[in-house]
Design a protein around this ligand. Structure first.
Ligand SMILES: NC(=O)c1ccc[n+]([C@@H]2O[C@H](COP(=O)([O-])OP(=O)(O)OC[C@H]3O[C@@H](n4cnc5c(N)ncnc54)[C@H](OP(=O)(O)O)[C@@H]3O)[C@@H](O)[C@H]2O)c1
Length: 302
């Protein structure tokens, strides 16, 4: 890490507020890329290792924000961000805030209003990798908000990973973040549940993974999801090679197999209920992807 005061776009000064595991990784990486890095954290001693490598520890939030054109926020949540930035007061005027904490679309919209009323430009973002992968050129960071602000500071953002600009709607980054994590948890749960099911017959996870994942990628991801994604946009679910009714039959067998084998059965039962809803909505003769129509509507709470 160096702390030379270079102002080339690739080495622009940058401030990081929040030094949890992720903020520490961001600040260290920015320093390693030659950005003069100023840091602030509620618990100041968490900056010790960064200071030893050349970062500057700001005494106050206002001091930290004033040190750089761009301030990266990596705090616990939006509430924490407001609590921290409140003390910066006039220092926010004319600065760029890049908020990388997790949250919801409504929270991102409210943050724009809050920041612009204090004269700061605001980009919202989401980090799609764990701390050890920060700084790798392929590590995805999502951003949304004003494109001119993103373009102007792209080189700084690129020091942390691969910056992907999603659009001017500031809520897009947290929305994509929630969607990608939804995909991740559902996929991991699907694999773990299936592994528990074959595990009921003493099949090892490694044995099952070898067969299952080599089947899943070409048969499900490539030939179903990738190929048929355009059909989702069109609402086109031809049932000529398999219908929702047929898939409900499969889901019933999965649920009963779980019961017979003595493993948890809520996950397949929920999938069965969703297929039943699709049939009740008139998609019994369509293919399984028509459950997309169920997912697009809010859950009916009785
Ligand atoms: N870690 C990951 O793998 C990962 C991956 C992607 C995204 N993220 C996101 O990155 C953000 C930061 O995550 P993290 O893992 O670094 O740890 P975290 O526990 O979510 O956040 C820790 C940071 O928040 C500060 N903080 C908490 N409450 C505070 C308060 N009341 N006032 C002032 N500061 C407060 C902590 O300060 P102190 O040090 O003083 O406690 C620390 O700087 C989160 O929104 C998280 O969702 C994390």
């Amino acid at each position: 890490m160096t702390n030379q005061q270079s102002t080339s776009p690739q080495h622009a000064p940058v401030t990081v507020l929040g030094l949890g595991p992720m903020g520490l990784a961001l600040a260290e990486t920015l320093g390693d890329h030659g950005h003069a890095t100023t840091v602030w954290n509620r618990t100041p001693e968490k900056a010790d290792s960064l200071v030893a490598k050349g970062a500057r520890r700001a005494r106050t939030v206002a001091d930290a924000v004033s040190a750089s054109p761009v301030t990266i926020l990596c705090l616990k949540d939006y509430t924490t961000m407001y609590a921290v930035l409140e003390s910066a007061d006039d220092a926010l005027e004319g600065r760029v805030l890049v908020n990388l904490n997790s949250g919801t679309p409504n929270e991102a919209h409210a943050a724009v209003t809050w920041a612009t009323s204090r004269g700061a430009a605001y980009l919202d973002g989401a980090i799609m990798v764990p701390p050890p992968l920060v700084g790798h050129p392929e590590s995805v960071f999502l951003y949304s908000g004003p494109q001119d602000v993103f373009d102007e500071h792209r080189a700084t953002l690129a020091s942390m990973g691969n910056p992907r600009y999603l659009g001017s709607d500031p809520s897009l980054a947290v929305l994509y973040n929630a969607a990608l994590l939804d995909l991740m948890y559902a996929t991991i749960n699907g694999f773990l549940h299936a592994t528990a099911l074959v595990g009921s017959a003493n099949v090892s996870a490694a044995t099952f993974a070898d067969l299952a994942l080599n089947w899943f990628m070409p048969s499900v991801v490539d030939s179903t999801l990738t190929e048929q994604a355009p059909d989702l946009d069109k609402g086109n679910y031809p049932g000529d090679v398999g219908t929702m009714e047929m898939n409900l039959n499969a889901l019933e067998h999965i649920t009963r197999t779980c019961v017979e084998q003595g493993v948890h059965s809520d996950q397949p039962r929920l999938m069965k209920e969703i297929a039943e809803q699709a049939i009740a909505d008139g998609y019994g003769g369509k293919n399984y992807l028509a459950v997309f129509e169920v997912f697009k509507k809010a859950t009916q709470v009785s």
